[in-house]
Structure formats: C-alpha cells, structure tokens
Design a protein around this ligand. Structure first.
Ligand SMILES: Nc1ncnc2c1ncn2[C@@H]1O[C@H](COP(=O)(O)OP(=O)(O)OP(=O)(O)O)[C@@H](O)[C@H]1O
Ligand SMILES: [Mg+2]
Length: 415
C-alpha cells in the first residue's frame, strides 16, 4: 500500500461476495483509531455461492471497486486482506495431550500441546487458513486460557482449524492479482464479519454470528471468547428474489427491488391495506398488488432459511452455550421481520449486526452488507497491532507459526 498523503499505516479489505465486490481503505488516526476513508462497490456475476465461477467478471468487478475506493481515498490500493467463503471451507476441532515435564506448565509445554493438536493431516488439496486456539485443560480442569505457570501433570489443548480448497482459493487470488492487488492475507468471511459486529461481552457470553449474504449463509460460533465452530449453508438472499420473481410474475431486477423496498419476512407485520406496484414480464402492464402478497411469498422461504440455521445451531451442540444468542448480519439480514421470526424459531435473543468499531465514512458503511469488508480492515489492523507489540509469528506457538508460514508460502507463489 503506497502512502501518498500522510505517513500513517493504511489497511485495505476486499470482500468478493456473490452479489457484489466491496473495497475499503482505512487509515489509522492516533486519536480516533481506524478511519474508513475510501469505499468502492461493484456488482459481481462471477461468483456463485462464494466461489469464483468466472475469472474475468470477478476481476472486472474487483477493478471497479478498487478504482472507486482509490479515487475516494486518494490512496493506491496495492495490498488488501481478502475475504473467502463457500462450501469448500471445512473446519474442525482437534485436541492434543502431553505430560507436563516439570509439574509446572512452561511455554514449551504449550507449544508441544498445540503441536500435538495440530498434527492432524491436512489433505494436499486444502490450505490451512486459520488455527484458532480454544482452551486448555490441566488434569481434567477445563476452560483455562493461559496455562503457563500452572501446576499439573497432564496438559490438554483444543483448537479449531479452518481449511479451504486449494484451487478455489487460488482462483480468488488470481482475480485479485489480475486486478493489481497483492493479497495481504486470506480471511474467512464470517470471522471478519464477527470482528465488525460483535462486542467482547457477546463473544465471552457465547454467540453465533450468521452472515446471510446473496448466495451463502456463513456461521461462526464463539464460546468463552473463542471460535468454537464454523459452517456454511448454501442458501441466501438470492432465493428470496427468485421466489418473488416467480410468485409475483415479475422480472428478476424488479423482484430484487421489491424485496429491498417492501420485503417483510412476517405477514402479520404488514398492514392489510398497503399496496405496491409490480412490473409485468415480457412487456405486460404493471399491476397493483397488496404488500401482504409479497410477504406471503417471502415468509415460507425466510422460515426455511431460519430453520436451516437453527438446525445448524442444534447440530453444533453449542446451543446451551449461546448466552448472547444470535447476531444476524450480511445484506439479507436487513429484511424486515427476520429478527422477530428468528427469535420465535430459535427461542434465544436475536439482533441485527451492523459494522461498528471504525470511524470515517460511517454513514456509508453503516449497513449489515458491509460487515465483512469492515471486518477485513479490522483484521488487518489487529495483525498490525500484533506486530507492533513484537508478537512475531515465532512468538506464537510453533504450530500456529507453521500454519502462518504455509499460508504465506501459498500466497507468495503468486508474486
Ligand atoms: N434491505 C434489504 N432487504 C432484503 N434483502 C436485502 C436488502 N439489502 C440487500 N439485500 C440482499 O442482500 C444480499 C446481498 O448481501 P451481501 O452483500 O451480504 O452478499 P454478498 O457478500 O455479495 O454474498 P455472499 O456473502 O453470499 O457471497 C442480496 O441478495 C440482496 O438482495
Ligand atoms: Mg458476503
């Protein structure tokens, strides 16, 4: 990232979504923290359910978003943190156990136990994206986060590993590179989104963040402040649009417009007397229909999506640990009535998450559809803070450093 204006670090995020690409540029202000100074957005047809299906279309969308963000900010976007998602993402928990050498846990014991947990074979066609330590156990006592200095005989560790398909990630990076942007790092979309919309209290109490985008719904679970589980459901806002187009016999573009302007997930929330204009297909005249008819098309799909989310929460086995409930975000979470229906189905608190923790262009990015992009710059800032504090990869456990090196090597091959 070139510094043409002032000598302050700059962070850029690139969210390559199923419906749009968002590029964000942020600068660091000593007093106000991270400030968003440039934003570019371009609709994208080259991604299906989080995965690149058309390199040229995706590259063109990235270039357009990049140019807009550069123009607005006055900075050149040479490097960015890139979000990834899709059903090629697989995550799993792993455990390791070692004997504590001198009856008191040392840093070396922690490294050994994390190494033992990480020593699961990651297939050659997958890239390890994140190694997230969960907690430690000493002689059966759970919930220990910093075990160094504690007495015991047996040390156990639990970590969460997130991997992505090699070729799928390569395609996303190919588009980024073709658009003239170097990949600073690859970040799981919902991990980024969680950084923008969750409070520390929520993370500690236990929360599930659900990013309902255009083509996919991405979930991330926090238990005791740490990531415990991630998953992807291949369904999103695009399904509402299709239902509306078929149900109300209107073109896709008009259906998308109706959904955003008048859509509501709960029929009971819509006034019976309200009417809307619906464009006809194939040159047919527009019709006036009750807004309730639109809600009648949306409600069953909303219920289906929320039931699938509920099923995922139950299958994860983490429902009893979701003290802070569910936070829905992503463009489709803007739909009226979704929070209310979610609370009814999940029977735990639900709120809509909009990006916060940044300054600058807050009015522009104050929408759930920018959660991932804002989270990406926050993630970049966190990595920078880690480096400032002298936390080099080598200071982390060797196993995490190894994963970071592998990912760096993978990214490095492109340049
Ligand atoms: N006000 C609104 N009401 C309902 N849906 C909306 C609203 N605003 C945006 N959407 C929907 O949000 C979806 C896009 O969300 P988002 O921008 O988070 O997706 P994406 O990141 O491009 O896709 P994905 O994350 O699935 O790859 C679209 O289907 C869009 O129609
Ligand atoms: Mg998205």
């Amino acid at each position: 990232m070139s510094k043409t204006k002032v000598q302050s670090p700059i962070f850029a995020g690139l969210d390559i979504g199923s419906t749009k690409v968002v590029a964000l540029v942020a600068t660091l202000d000593k007093e106000s923290g991270l400030n968003i100074v440039g934003m570019g957005s371009a609709s994208n047809t080259g991604i299906r359910q989080g995965v690149v299906v058309n390199i040229d279309a995706t590259t063109a969308a990235i270039m357009k978003a990049k140019e807009e963000a550069e123009l607005m900010s006055g900075y050149q976007m040479k490097e960015a943190w890139v979000g990834v998602s899709g059903s090629h993402i697989k995550s799993f928990n792993s455990k390791g156990m070692v004997a504590i050498k001198n009856k008191e846990v040392t840093k070396h014991d922690v490294e050994r136990v994390l190494e033992a947990a990480r020593a699961v074979a990651v297939p050659a066609d997958r890239i390890l994206l994140h190694v997230l330590p969960r907690d430690f156990k000493i002689d059966g006592t759970e919930g220990i986060w910093d075990p160094v200095g504690m007495s015991g005989v047996r040390l156990e560790s639990s970590i969460h590993l997130i991997t992505g398909g090699h070729t799928t990630l390569q395609n996303a990076m190919k588009c980024t590179e073709k658009a003239g942007i170097k990949t600073a790092g690859l970040v799981l979309d919902q991990l980024a989104a969680s950084m923008a919309v969750l409070s520390e209290d929520e993370r500690n109490l236990g929360v599930c963040v659900v990013d309902i985008g255009g083509g996919t719904t991405n979930l991330l679970y926090f238990v005791n402040g740490h990531v415990a589980h991630t998953s992807v459901i291949p369904i999103g806002g695009h399904h509402f649009t299709q239902d509306i187009a078929v149900g109300l016999r209107t073109p896709q573009i008009a259906a998308e417009d109706l959904k955003k302007k008048y859509g509501c997930a709960l029929i009971s929330l819509v006034d019976e007397s309200e009417t809307i204009e619906v464009e006809g297909v194939g040159g047919r005249k527009s019709r006036t229909v009750r807004r309730r008819e639109l809600a009648e098309v949306i409600e069953p799909r909303a219920e289906e999506i929320l039931q699938m989310i509920y099923q995922d929460i139950r299958d994860s086995g983490l429902l009893p640990f979701m003290g802070a409930g569910v936070v829905i975000t992503g463009g489709s979470s803007a739909m009226d009535g979704l929070v209310e229906m979610g609370e009814f189905i999940f029977d735990i608190p639900v709120r809509r998450g909009v990006p916060s923790r940044v300054g600058g262009l807050t009015e522009i990015i104050k929408s759930p559809m920018y959660a991932t992009a804002v989270g990406l710059v926050l993630y970049g800032y966190d990595q920078y803070k880690g480096k400032l504090m002298g936390l080099k990869n080598e200071d982390l456990s060797e196993s995490i450093a190894q994963a970071a090196r592998q990912l760096k090597g993978f990214i490095g091959k492109f340049f």
